[in-house]
Design a binder for this molecule. Structure first.
Ligand code: TPP
Ligand code: SF4
Ligand code: MG
Length: 369
């Protein structure tokens, strides 16, 4: 595998992993010989969570496959900021698909490799939330259903950032976007809409589904490595804060991602065949206001100093977080006995739950993660 010695200027930091640890406990990024799949010089905004997430994901996938990897990339910020023609920041075989068909193109690459008998070369597809939950969902559902040998990674920054921060079906309730303005009695994105893609992937009976954030990069790498150890369709959903669209400080990207998890608004877990198998417990539970106040997109709800402008909206968002924490047992020290109400899949014969933690819509008969 092609590697590029990386010079590290920081030691003992979380950014590069702690090289005082045993080698097998170090992060991929702490390895001087990491593949450096997404190298410097790209045009992402300062503090872009998507750039960070993609580098960790692809370097981990490269290590897991010995460098025999093809990446397919939907249109979106990640594609645009890495490949202003004729330049590229990618140091892996990389294809640009359309906005909506990354899953179908990746399926085609996997099929072509299979015809050639190249089962040593693996395929990763990547897209933003718009390219995953909206325009790309039909192709992705087909990829899941056929169990194609592809890891599909969604970098979820909760809106269409590349085209100017329009709402997607992953935008959280009350968030201000260019198309859900903070005006009227119900400002921002409406409650009760949107899709929870990890749950939908689980409902397809996908072999391996995981969520992660860029606040826990070791966890992210481990999930990529686990996913690459599985054949068939796999889905990884990574929360990647976008300072431009979220109105957060570029230096707060990790803090924002961590707080999303520590409030319970973004649950971090793994599932196999439609059933939750492990959750990442909340270390220090904080109220949702701690998350909202870090972001300009919620400024009509909570001020930067924590002043609550709309207690009714805060209450609804807190209820969403509480329901998710309760359902998955996120505030328990470990994955508890009789813990999360598994969502299951018709494929596995288990009940598929209802409800949606992302939308704050009707809880239905017991919500799912
Ligand atoms: C069929 C089609 N419609 C619209 C566009 C314009 N377009 C390009 S990227 C994008 C939004 C991407 O959003 P997302 O997938 O969330 O990625 P992000 O930029 O947020 O990372 C849109 C609408 C397009 N390229 N193709
Ligand atoms: S707009 Fe957001 S997702 Fe796009 S490059 Fe900037 S920070 Fe990253
Ligand atoms: Mg997006």
């Amino acid at each position: 595998m092609t590697t590029q010695p990386v010079r590290f200027y920081q030691v003992g930091s979380f950014a590069v992993g702690n090289r005082l640890l045993d080698p097998d406990q170090r992060t991929v990024q702490a390895d001087r010989s990491r593949s450096n799949a997404l190298t410097s010089g790209h045009r992402a905004c300062q503090g872009c969570g998507e750039a960070l997430g993609a580098r960790y994901v692809l370097d981990a996938a490269m290590r897991a496959t010995g460098g025999r990897l093809v990446a397919v990339n939907a249109t979106g910020c990640l594609e645009v900021f890495t490949t202003p023609y004729p330049e590229t920041s990618w140091q892996v075989p990389w294809l640009h698909s359309l906005f909506g068909n990354a899953a179908a193109v990746a399926t085609g690459v996997a099929a072509a490799l299979a015809v050639q008998g190249r089962d040593d070369v693996r395929v990763v597809a990547q897209a933003g939330d718009g390219g995953t939950v909206d325009i790309g969902f039909g192709c992705l559902s087909g990829m899941f259903e056929r169990d194609d040998d592809v890891l599909f990674v969604c970098y979820d920054n909760e809106a269409y950032m590349n085209t100017g921060v329009q709402r997607s079906a992953a935008t959280p309730p009350a968030a201000r976007t260019a198309t859900t303005e903070a005006v009227g009695p119900e400002p921002g994105n409406p409650f009760g809409q949107g899709k929870d893609l990890p749950t939908l992937a689980m409902a397809h009976g996908v072999r391996y589904v995981a969520t992660a954030t860029v606040a826990e990069l070791h966890d992210l790498e481990a999930k990529v490595e686990r996913a690459m150890g599985v054949r068939g369709a796999r889905y990884l959903h990574v929360l990647v804060p976008c300072p431009l669209g979220w109105g957060s400080d570029p230096s707060d990207t990790i803090r924002v991602a961590r707080t999303a998890k520590e409030t319970g608004l973004f649950p971090v877990y793994e599932a196999e065949g439609g059933t939750v198998t492990s959750v990442s417990p909340i270390r220090r539970r904080v109220p949702v206001t701690e998350y909202l106040r870090l972001q300009g997109r919620f400024r009509h709800v909570v001020g930067a100093d924590g002043t609550v402008h709309r207690p009714d909206i805060v209450e609804r968002l807190q209820q969403m977080a509480d329901a998710t924490v309760e359902r998955l047992g996120l505030d328990r020290p470990a994955f508890g006995e009789g813990g999360p109400a598994g969502t299951g899949s018709p494929r596995t014969g288990e009940a598929v739950g209802t409800g949606n933690p992302r939308t704050g819509g009707p809880a239905g008969e017991g919500a799912t993660p």
